[in-house]
Design a protein around this ligand. Structure first.
Ligand SMILES: Nc1nc2c(ncn2[C@@H]2O[C@H](COP(=O)(O)OP(=O)(O)OP(=O)(O)O)[C@@H](O)[C@H]2O)c(=O)[nH]1
Ligand SMILES: [Mg+2]
Length: 333
């Protein structure tokens, strides 16, 4: 048997010329963790190969349940994620985890602590864990995350957990990416009304008060229940439950897994699942389109055009809207 050149190059370390996309996609779909990792690296590297990768993956995606976990630093997101993975594995589910740090331009290193906390699952071939920096992406979180999700979805993971470090706006952003958003709170994290921050009362499908072993957990739950009762949700909307966990020893995580199932069933019954996924796809398309456009005029030797227009606007020779029209017209063909 003579091995084909494609098969020989597909397993090599990163490097554009060494990548044979169809083989890589096949291997990833067959459960090869290294290939899955390489596809996610293509997302991180904003590789031009993504056009082909996403086209090949698209028919195989749409099966995974996407669960977002958000909350202030230190509430126990990583510990909860790890405990939830344990719970889901017990039920035989294959699980992907994406830990995203929207504030960090660094990949991996910034979230090294998370990897250590996820150590329990390091040898489980049905668990894929990856830290991803949202980097200085022109398109930000909405550019990279849906594409990384598609990789894991098409690779056959039943549940994908997206953990984001909560920094203001990103909490709301991640809610737009997930089917089910879990907002995590904990006692001893500053004032009791942390829930009112960053629109957290609107985005949660499940609320989890973690560190239930600590004093003050019941107070956090009570305050949250009061705040949620006051917040406006439309008629017939999902009523988010409040659950208590001690992630450190896995207590309460079975209930969280059940609540995720219940919420997912509700999403399917009401048609909200398709609506959410359509919204996610819409953001993704927009992010790719805008990024592509910016790349075009920032491309080699194309800066000159924007610079020239900028000078004209600065001199008062033309207005910024007319200049933008010129720029768009020359890049949209
Ligand atoms: N007492 C107690 N401590 C916990 C519990 N869950 C997590 N912790 C501890 O809380 C600290 C923070 O946990 P992490 O899981 O790293 O929290 P995080 O939200 O991922 O933190 P960042 O990623 O830095 O935002 C760690 O020291 C955990 O051991 C719990 O249920 N009870
Ligand atoms: Mg963490």
């Amino acid at each position: 048997m003579v091995s084909t050149p494609d098969a020989a190059t597909a397993g090599r370390p990163r490097g554009r010329s060494a990548v044979a996309v169809p083989e890589l996609v096949e291997k990833a779909r067959a459960g090869d963790l290294r290939s899955v990792g390489r596809l996610i690296s293509l997302v991180e590297d904003e590789s031009p190969l993504l056009r082909e990768v996403m086209a090949l993956l698209a028919p195989h995606a749409g099966h995974a349940k996407v669960v977002g976990i958000t909350g202030s630093p230190g509430v126990g997101k990583s510990t909860t994620t790890s405990a939830l993975v344990t719970e889901l594995r017990r039920a035989g589910q294959r699980v992907g985890v994406l830990a995203i740090d929207p504030s960090s331009p660094f990949s991996g290193g910034a979230l090294l602590g998370d990897r250590v906390r996820m150590g329990d699952h390091a040898v489980d071939k049905d668990v894929f864990i990856r830290s991803m920096a949202a980097r200085g992406h022109l398109g930000g979180l909405s550019w990279s995350t849906p594409q990384a999700l598609r990789v894991l979805d098409a690779a056959g993971y039943d549940v994908i957990i997206v953990e984001t470090v909560g920094v203001g706006q990103s909490e709301v952003e991640v809610a737009g990416l997930a089917d089910t958003t879990i907002v995590l709170l904990a006692p001893g994290m500053g004032d009791g009304i942390q829930a009112a921050k960053a629109g957290i009362l609107e985005i949660g499908d499940l609320y989890v008060v973690n560190k239930a072993d600590r004093d003050g957990a019941a107070t956090v739950r009570r305050d949250l229940r009061g705040a949620l009762a006051l917040s406006q949700r439309p008629e017939g909307a999902w009523k988010p439950p409040i659950l208590m966990t001690t992630a450190q020893n896995g207590e309460g995580l079975a209930e969280v897994a059940t609540a995720i199932e219940e919420h997912h069933a509700w999403l399917e019954q009401t048609g909200e699942l398709l609506r959410r996924r359509t919204r996610r796809a819409r953001d993704e398309i927009e992010a790719i389109a805008v990024t592509t456009l910016r790349q075009r005029w920032a491309g080699l030797g194309r800066h000159a055009e924007l610079d020239g227009l900028a000078e004209q606007v600065a001199r008062g020779e033309t207005g910024p809207w007319a200049a933008a029209d010129v720029l768009l017209a020359s890049h949209l063909e």
